[in-house]
Design a protein around this ligand. Structure first.
Ligand SMILES: Nc1ncnc2c1ncn2[C@@H]1O[C@H](COP(=O)(O)OP(=O)(O)O)[C@@H](O)[C@H]1O
Ligand SMILES: [Mg+2]
Length: 304
């Protein structure tokens, strides 16, 4: 491929709440690809995307969008219609991974992937009986811990439902898994080194975990080798079962009582600034940020 002649459109910004993060991911990716010699144009994605692409055509799209319309199969579908190859997962995998309920259903019974016990509740339905507390209540299509609550006692239920139903009409109720958080980036089916997410305080409190600046990242994670291997195999098995492509990142909690990595979710367009977790993981095996951005680009395709 002639790098200088291939017009790469980095799609960034977008219409979701994660727009600010996407602007940073996209700017980073565009700079990195230029550094590698590609002819790059940055395209801020709005409702006029189809018109923009018609007026100023590109050969391939590097999708640096997060959240609704960008990570959920919508923009992928538009690019399919326009016949433009794009990076990352296709329409179906993007759409399934955007929904944590659909994702877990698709992974049920997949060897090597351990799921937390769960239930669901729709707006207007009663709280399911026989769900042992504590649980985590999650709106299935949101990211960045938005609308997620921990329910320790029944008195916490109404507030958790209200927070969740503000974002989705059906909620995932998941057994609270006590342990350490890790995330595993997978590129073209192969897991990168595990990233361990450690609260600075060393205290695994649900609220403290999400306070900005209160976490440190360790990569490669200093975990027992069998835990690391189990997490990498589970990440690869999830990626394969869901039909992901290119780069995805799979979140887990390493369960304190037995060291089992319990699956949480797949991010099909993980953060892509130079300091994001997937570039950090690639760096641990000597793959630079520009090299990672280029590798993702070279995997671009038009097949769903
Ligand atoms: N079942 C669970 N048990 C304990 N903590 C959880 C559980 N599910 C989610 N969490 C916490 O909430 C965070 C966000 O959950 P996750 O499923 O990764 O959704 P997202 O990152 O899309 O908001 C996790 O990183 C974890 O800290
Ligand atoms: Mg997550």
């Amino acid at each position: 491929m002639d790098k200088a002649k291939t017009r790469v459109g980095v799609l960034l910004g977008g219409l979701s709440g994660e727009r600010p993060i996407s602007l940073k991911s996209g700017a980073g990716v565009a700079g990195a690809l230029r550094e590698r010699g590609w002819n790059v144009v940055e395209i801020d994605v709005g409702r006029d995307l189809a018109q923009k692409l018609a007026a100023d055509p590109i050969d391939v799209a590097w999708i640096a969008l997060h959240g609704k319309y960008g990570e959920d199969g919508c923009v992928q579908g538009l690019l399919e219609i326009l016949g433009i190859p794009y990076t990352g997962s296709g329409v179906r995998a993007s759409s399934v991974c955007m929904d944590k309920i659909a994702t877990k259903r698709a992974l049920r019974g997949i060897p090597g992937v351990v799921l937390a016990a769960d239930a669901t509740v729709r707006r207007g339905e009663a709280w399911p009986v026989n769900v042992p507390l504590p649980v985590v209540v999650k709106p299935p299509t949101s990211g960045s811990t938005l609308g997620i609550s921990k329910v320790n006692v029944m008195a916490d239920v109404p507030a958790a439902l209200e927070a969740g139903f503000a974002l989705d009409p059906e909620l995932l109720i998941e057994e609270f898994v006590e342990g350490e958080e890790i995330t595993v980036a997978v590129i073209d089916g192969h897991a990168l080194p595990v990233v361990r997410i450690l609260p600075k305080s060393g205290f695994f409190d649900f609220a403290a975990k999400y306070t900005k600046g209160e976490t440190v990242y360790e990569c490669p994670a200093n975990l027992p080798i069998d835990v690391t291997t189990a997490a990498q195999r589970a990440a690869e098995a999830s990626y394969a079962a869901l039909g992901c492509r290119g780069l995805s990142r799979v979140d887990f909690i390493v369960r304190k009582r037995d060291g089992v990595p319990v699956f949480l979710e797949v991010n099909t367009i993980p953060g892509m600034t130079a300091t994001s977790l997937s570039p950090m993981a690639a760096g641990a095996i000597g793959v630079t940020y520009p090299e990672l951005c280029e590798r993702v680009l070279l995997g671009a395709s038009t097949n769903v």
